[in-house]
Design a protein around this ligand. Sequence first.
Ligand SMILES: Cc1cc2nc3c(=O)[nH]c(=O)nc-3n(C[C@H](O)[C@H](O)[C@H](O)COP(=O)(O)OP(=O)(O)OC[C@H]3O[C@@H](n4cnc5c(N)ncnc54)[C@H](O)[C@@H]3O)c2cc1C
Length: 291
Amino acid sequence: MTLGNKNLITNYSSAKYSWLKSGGTIKHLYKVYKKNDLSNLFSRSEIKSKPLLVIGNLSNTLINDEGFKGTAIKLLGDFANVQIKSDHMLVGAAVLDNYLSKFCFQNNISGYEFLFTIPGSIGGNIFMNAGCYNQEIKDKLISVIYFDINDNKIYEKNISELNFDYRRGFQKSNTIILYGKFKITLGDKISIKNLMKEYENIRNRTQPQKVNCCGSIFKNPVNQSAWKLIKTSIDKSFYNGPIKLSKIHSNFFENEPNISAKSIELFISKIQKRVSDKHKITLEKELRIIA
Ligand SMILES: Cc1cc2nc3c(=O)[nH]c(=O)nc-3n(C[C@H](O)[C@H](O)[C@H](O)COP(=O)(O)OP(=O)(O)OC[C@H]3O[C@@H](n4cnc5c(N)ncnc54)[C@H](O)[C@@H]3O)c2cc1C
């Protein structure tokens, strides 16, 4: 049995759906609703032998202008559910951060307020070890359940076996993150709501809103803030043009829709060069650029 054509989208426009509103086309995107879809799909050698790309909510991804011609996966269906078990939550990789945060509020579960303001999916969070306000997804995780395309099997790894670090989560090649098992700590509903509001207010105050962007462009180097390094290295020209630094937060850029991926990459390289010339520090990209 093979995955039918209804599960395949050809020439999927990443520019239409990504937070950057830019980026190339994904030639073959397979929508995967349940575990069996995966085993069926990756039993086909022509699918398995190509480079793999899993997309989440495309809030941290730029596909280059040539597009992606391998096997791309979008999880939906069973992977978009949250289930409360006796001592943990089983959260599908396709669940959006904002949804999980609200779900936790409704069920008096504290600790997930920070996710209210991150525009990604749980799969993307686990891949990136996303975080803000001194919290990271790894602090909440018990284990990661993933599919390995090489042997067509599902595995579970405890967080203690994984080397999560600042903005580097579960990045094992040829794997698809399916679920996270998350801790449950009960809390007070009003305090949970207040914290969600507080985080939202901080974000509205300190970051640009309603613009095409990818969040932070660069990771913060150890004991340094990327925004300060950038601000002290560039001139006014970086705040003008179809792609420009945000005046509210200089580790954010804002771009016009459908600007080429190449021009975004060039802009990023120009910032890196300025910072390197001035501070002798190489900024590492947080944004994932897919070649
Ligand atoms: C306005 C704005 C604010 C942001 N603020 C923050 C912030 O405060 N903190 C923070 O950490 N990030 C922030 N980000 C960045 C982004 O939201 C996070 O990195 C998020 O975790 C990405 O999730 P996503 O689902 O959009 O992933 P995508 O962009 O779709 O993918 C990111 C990477 O994860 C991989 N991936 C996604 N799903 C899976 C899966 N199921 N299995 C295997 N690999 C997968 C992709 O292949 C890709 O390499 C922000 C972005 C924006 C636009």
